[in-house]
Write a protein of this length. Structure first.
Length: 176
């Protein structure tokens, strides 16, 4: 499966908005146009390039991240339901980390639903540790959020770790 990560463009907004609504139906929509204009924000899309489609792209996922000084905040990662379990979310996380590291980040923070064990496992695999819990963080059902962070993401050892994980994720993608 040939998946490429690139920065989201204005023309991607309708597809990403639909994907976001499907992935997070309980959340208010992200003002993506404003986010694209926000110098602190970076939004990435994962695109499946079909060999039969003569290079036509299908957006399979997206992620958003903010960078303030040397701290980054992962806002969201979503993958279309039919493409989940194929390492696309992992590839988006890797790309988000690469993006913020290249812009001077030393750490990344995030909140994740306490019930989202799949996402929490992915973040733990990348060195994110639990800092605490935000009680009733999610308005739709009053679910708690686990606050997680990875520090030292700009250190050479972590960058080497990311390179190794990228190879593993790429290998998994080739299986599909």
């Amino acid at each position: 499966m040939d998946v490429r990560i690139r920065h989201m463009t204005e023309s991607d907004i309708p597809v990403v908005s639909k994907l976001e609504a499907e992935a997070f139906p309980e959340d208010a929509p992200t003002p993506l146009q404003k986010e694209l204009e926000n110098r602190l924000a970076s939004y990435l899309v994962a695109c499946y390039v079909s060999p039969a489609g003569k290079g036509a792209e299908v957006i399979t996922g997206y992620c958003g991240v903010w960078l303030v000084l040397d701290e980054s905040h992962l806002l969201s990662i979503a993958v279309k339901a039919e493409y989940r379990g194929r390492s696309i979310g992992e590839l988006l996380l890797l790309s988000a980390l690469d993006d913020v590291i290249s812009r001077g980040a030393e750490s990344m923070f995030l909140e994740v639903r306490i019930s989202n064990t799949t996402a929490r496992s992915l973040y733990e695999k990348y060195g994110f540790t639990r800092l605490g819990v935000r009680r009733g963080y999610y308005a739709d059902n009053n679910e708690d959020a686990v606050v997680m962070a990875a520090s030292g993401i700009n250190e050479p050892s972590y960058i080497e770790f990311l390179a190794a994980r990228r190879m593993v994720a790429a290998g998994k993608l080739r299986e599909y």
